[in-house]
Design a protein around this ligand. Structure first.
Ligand SMILES: NC(=O)c1ccc[n+]([C@@H]2O[C@H](COP(=O)([O-])OP(=O)(O)OC[C@H]3O[C@@H](n4cnc5c(N)ncnc54)[C@H](O)[C@@H]3O)[C@@H](O)[C@H]2O)c1
Length: 307
């Protein structure tokens, strides 16, 4: 297997002053990419901030012979993100790779969670990823090349108690990927999602230290690298943790068709076993496939022709 290289590629990794982002940035640089190391440098809950975290990682890259600039943009602020992209273009002419990784946590049960805590988390994870992606999107289209990684979480894909804000934001990123991979396809912009689990400052209170030793950031980064490589897949949710690598997928069951006089809530309730029967389930690549499945059944019943 040939080495995955990023020579000549320019990458932005957000939240790269610590944890997973730092590991991603170091590895991309080690494989030849020029790096914008972004980090606001705040606490886990998003408070405070200093560019020194990003600068330390950029210095580390440079000390190892790579090229890097640090940028302290808050990913939720469009003007700061625009400046970050401008700096990258000024230094290296383009941005090829964007790893949306920056994140914060404000865990509380939904009853105790304030709207401010909800919005702050959605803002950094979802709107921050949108803001950074928007800032490079048109350039990637013009260059006919782009690799974008979102960072989701099992909390969004499956659910974790006390993380309604985080779970909503993280599943929102999957929806963003689903649409952008369609809109970017023509321009060789590929969009994928990483769902990591690792021992970082974000999870140190949640994961026992012994288990934490197995859950290295580097093992997760080995999952991220293929998602932004030249030969990257498109619209993959790659889950990575402790050396395990898996794909998370959404499937839809064949379901049932109810004739017009039987389309009642009671009949839907009575048929939940058949509706949820997984045999013959499919993975769709576009929302329209679901509409076509339903319409096909209805058309068959009525014996009409569409269009
Ligand atoms: N560690 C895990 O097990 C795990 C699990 C699932 C998902 N994730 C996700 O992986 C990503 C990285 O998490 P981590 O564990 O390395 O956490 P971390 O706290 O070590 O790193 C997150 C970094 O993002 C930066 N950041 C926060 N808000 C920012 C903003 N507005 N602008 C710019 N930078 C900002 C922080 O300063 C920090 O350096 C996050 O998106 C997180 O939600 C982590």
């Amino acid at each position: 297997m040939t080495d995955i290289r990023f020579d000549g590629r320019v990458a932005i990794v957000t939240g790269a002053g610590a944890g997973l982002g730092r590991s991603h940035a170091l590895e991309l640089a080690r494989r030849g990419a020029k790096l914008v190391v972004n980090d606001l440098g705040g606490a886990v809950d998003g408070s405070g901030g200093s560019v020194s975290a990003a600068q330390t990682v950029a210095d580390e890259i440079k000390a190892a012979g790579g090229e890097a600039i640090a940028h302290g943009a808050n990913v939720t602020k469009a003007d700061e993100v625009a400046d970050m992209v401008e700096q990258a273009v000024k230094a290296w002419g383009k941005v090829d790779i964007l790893v949306n990784n920056a994140g914060i946590l404000r865990d509380k049960s939904f009853t105790k969670m304030t709207l401010e805590d909800f919005e702050a988390v959605v803002d950094v994870h979802l709107i921050g990823s949108v803001t950074c992606t928007k800032a490079v999107w048109d350039m990637m289209k013009e260059n006919n090349y782009g690799r974008i990684a979102m960072t989701s979480s099992s909390s969004g894909i499956y659910g974790n108690f006390g993380q309604s804000n985080y779970g909503a934001a993280k599943m929102g990123l999957v929806g963003l990927m689903n649409v952008l991979h369609l809109e970017g396809r023509k321009y060789d912009i590929r969009v994928n999602t990483l769902s990591p689990t690792a021992y970082t400052r974000m999870t140190e209170g949640l994961i026992p230290e012994e288990a934490g030793k197995l859950m290295t950031a580097e093992s997760v980064t080995s999952g991220l690298i293929p998602l932004v490589a030249e030969d990257a897949p498109n619209r993959l949710i790659l889950c990575a943790g402790a050396g395990g690598y898996a794909a998370a997928k959404v499937y839809e069951t064949p379901g049932i068709y109810l004739e017009p006089d039987k389309q009642t809530a009671e009949n839907v309730m009575a048929n939940l076993d058949r509706i949820t029967d997984a045999s013959g389930q499919e993975e769709y690549r576009e929302g329209g496939q679901q509409t076509m499945k339903f319409l096909t059944a209805a058309v068959k019943h009525f014996g009409v022709k569409l269009g």
